[in-house]
Design a protein around this ligand. Structure first.
Ligand code: VIB
Length: 222
């Protein structure tokens, strides 16, 4: 007993590295990612964010304490009031208008990932749901840090994806990620080995679905 977040990444080390160091991520870093692939990713991410907001609403429903209820409420507000507005603005800069976003067909990879997270939360408790959400929240922060440590990464105007990296390296985002890590470390400290094994499976599955999401972008798959 006495688990922590890093035990989850260690339990699926190869999948975790395949997600963080995916070719899509490398293309964001060195600026070589095809624009059409990025645009497809942005479109599907709009749908992803809407379901992610629903997952925070589910976290509110699954909360037993006022503190957890408030945390879920803050997460839902952050997505609705900040992330989605930013995303719509970012899509506009990439030539994707709101009318287009409103009628997008949902790719299978988007469906699989978002419904997996929602089902995991429905089936399990608040910790299951947070563990299913962790690859998204913690992974993107780790990706920004990893990219900044790679010699191939280009920063500034020369890289069309610089704003994407900047978003996830920001103090605001890294702070939210650290708060989530603290919450997870506290909860994981008390779980039994059998319970940890269940949570490690959820974490690995969600990580594999993040890998599929990158691949969907690269392949422009629907
Ligand atoms: C496929 C996919 N995975 C993760 C993120 C990252 N992300 C989505 S919402 C959120 C924080 C909400 O407050 C973060 C970090 C993404 N955009 N798309």
């Amino acid at each position: 007993m006495g688990y922590r977040f890093t035990d989850l990444t260690n339990a699926c080390h190869d999948d975790w590295r395949a997600y963080i160091e995916h070719d899509f991520v490398r293309g964001l870093g060195d600026g070589t990612l095809a624009e059409g692939a990025f645009r497809h990713y942005l479109q599907q991410d709009y749908l992803f964010l809407i379901h992610f907001a629903r997952a925070y609403a589910l976290a509110a429903y699954k909360s037993r304490s006022l503190a957890d209820l408030r945390q879920a409420h803050e997460g839902l507000k952050a997505i609705l009031d900040v992330e989605l507005d930013l995303h719509v603005g970012y899509c506009r800069e990439w030539g994707i208008g709101e009318a287009e976003l409103a009628q997008l067909p949902e790719a299978r990879a988007t469906m699989a990932y978002t419904r997996y997270v929602l089902d995991t939360g429905n089936r399990g408790d608040l910790l299951d749901l947070h563990v299913a959400l962790a690859p998204c929240l913690v992974g993107y922060g780790e990706i920004a840090t990893w990219l900044n440590a790679q010699s191939f990464t280009l920063r500034g105007k020369i890289n069309p994806y610089d704003a994407w990296i900047a978003m996830y390296e920001s103090d605001e985002f890294q702070g939210a990620m650290r708060a989530e890590l603290e919450w997870l470390d506290t909860r994981l400290a008390d779980v039994t080995p059998a319970r940890f094994a269940e949570l490690a499976e959820v974490f690995r599955d969600a990580t594999r679905l993040e890998i599929d999401f990158w691949q969907m972008g690269l392949d422009r798959a629907i």
